[in-house]
Design a protein around this ligand. Structure first.
Ligand code: ADP
Length: 223
């Protein structure tokens, strides 16, 4: 049943961008002289194709992890350095005047797969920006707690309603479907992140106050 549901959700998510791309192509073909309108079509096609590409990439990553066909290359690494690098990179792409602050105090060593952990942290930080408010803040912190290495990603954005909090980890779940197409993601980021956390013997928890912001905490064994 889960497999059938997954295929159905994935097909549904891919159908919309494909429909738009086909319609735009047909329109563009009918107006070869009108360069401005053609340009608009190309821009729309490009946007939808990017979305499909992102979806397919995440679907593949998700399936490979789930089926165990993605090899996990574990090595000892410093989570503080990894998180600082991700924040630095995200600062260059973060839009809408959102400030990303990163607090790390010492090396926090873990045994993990660099690429997967980068993708986990990237997902949390990009969400904090995506669902953040204009001119808002994202606070990222790496710390040790008991025998655990923790990364907290907090924002002062739109927040998540109590009834949505348990569902955001589900594949394709999006709390606010009414958001414009521009800001919408595809609802795979958190399920992927949670799966990566579990593969590392860890987990991610979320807490939020609607209208005030959210905090996601990833924790895994520290070495
Ligand atoms: P996507 O962002 O692609 O929609 P995710 O799986 O990353 O998918 O997130 C699922 C849903 O959880 C989002 O659609 C959004 O409603 C909610 N969400 C995730 N992170 C945040 C956040 N920092 N603030 C508010 N809502 C969030």
């Amino acid at each position: 049943d889960a497999e059938r549901q997954f295929t159905s959700d994935a097909s549904h998510e891919l159908r919309t961008p494909v429909t738009v791309i086909l319609a735009e192509c047909e329109m563009a073909e009918k107006m070869p002289e009108d360069t401005e309108a053609v340009q608009e079509s190309v821009t729309e096609i490009h946007k939808q194709a990017r979305k499909m590409s992102e979806l397919i990439g995440k679907l593949l990553a998700y399936t490979r992890l789930e089926q165990g066909t993605r090899r996990i290359d574990r090595e000892e690494l410093d989570l503080s350095g990894l998180v600082e690098d991700v924040c630095e990179e995200q600062r260059t792409v973060a839009a809408r005047n959102i400030r990303i602050e990163c607090e790390t105090s010492h090396d926090v060593l873990v045994n993990g797969d660099v690429a997967l952990l980068i993708s986990l942290v990237q997902n949390l930080v990009t969400n904090a920006v995506k669902y953040g408010k204009d001119g808002g803040h994202v606070w990222v912190k790496v710390y040790s707690e008991g025998s655990k290495a923790c990364v907290s990603v907090r924002d002062d954005g739109i927040g998540i309603r109590e009834e949505d909090l348990a569902c955001i980890w589900n594949r394709f779940y999006q709390a606010d479907r009414s958001r414009s197409d521009e800001c919408r993601g595809i609802g795979l980021g958190l399920s992927l992140a949670q799966q990566i956390a579990r593969l590392h013997g860890g987990r991610i928890t979320a807490s939020s106050r609607p209208g005030e912001g959210s905090e996601f905490i990833f924790s895994m064994p520290e070495t």
